[in-house]
Design a binder for this molecule. Structure first.
Ligand code: HEM
Length: 175
């Protein structure tokens, strides 16, 4: 099989299927106490990620974060020993129903499910590069689809590990 018959790389909504950007813009939040490579790990960024290529074409919707709320500040805070869950510490074991998840929908007590894990995102809200309102609009829900639509390269497992309150109860379908 010659190379010309290979399928084109995957694209996301904002990309025109035929786009072939000449310039790749790699946007990783600025770092102070952390090396860029560490930030890249949290974002799972590679120069060839379709999303990264797409960034050369789409308009950024990142917001201006308050001073002291950069990615590095968040990482430092998660390592400080502070309880980020509101429940005494992170848990993989707790099973959370959709109904329980839905009750945690205020800024002071905001939970969100992503890829089967439930996080208390209250302390993360001000650090979110996409802004607080867009997160709060999904508080109390399973936001996996929106998360992946906006940035499936973000390493949520690591970024919010200290915030995990449990796992979302899987639905069982009885036929
Ligand atoms: C709590 C889980 C989430 C985490 C940890 C998170 C993390 C991040 C990070 C690290 C970035 C910067 C990405 C980059 O530099 O490439 C970002 C940007 C953004 N996020 Fe999230 N996010 C979360 C949930 C969401 C959800 C549910 C939405 C949509 C409803 C969303 C919308 C956005 C948008 C619009 C941006 C700006 C994208 C851009 O224009 O570059 N995020 N988020």
């Amino acid at each position: 099989m010659d190379d010309s018959s290979m399928p084109p790389p995957p694209t996301i909504d904002a990309l025109s299927p035929s786009s072939s950007p000449e310039k790749v813009t790699l946007e990783v939040p600025s770092t102070t106490s952390m090396e860029n490579s560490q930030a890249s790990q949290l974002l799972n960024v590679t120069e060839t990620s379709p999303e990264v290529v797409a960034k050369g074409k789409k308009v950024s919707r990142k917001v201006q974060l308050k001073p002291g709320y950069a990615l590095t500040n968040w990482v430092d805070r998660t390592k400080s020993g502070e309880d980020m869950t509101g429940l005494g510490g992170p848990s993989e074991a707790r099973i959370i129903t959709k109904e329980e998840l839905a009750r945690h929908n205020t800024e002071a007590d905001a939970w969100m499910a992503i890829r089967g894990k439930v996080y208390n995102i209250s302390k993360y809200l001000d650090y979110h590069p996409g802004g607080l309102p867009i997160l709060m609009a999904e508080a109390g829900t399973d936001a996996t689809l929106l998360f992946d639509k906006n940035h499936r390269w973000v390493n949520v497992d690591r970024l919010l590990a200290s915030c995990q309150v449990g796992r979302l109860k899987q639905m069982t379908l009885t036929i």
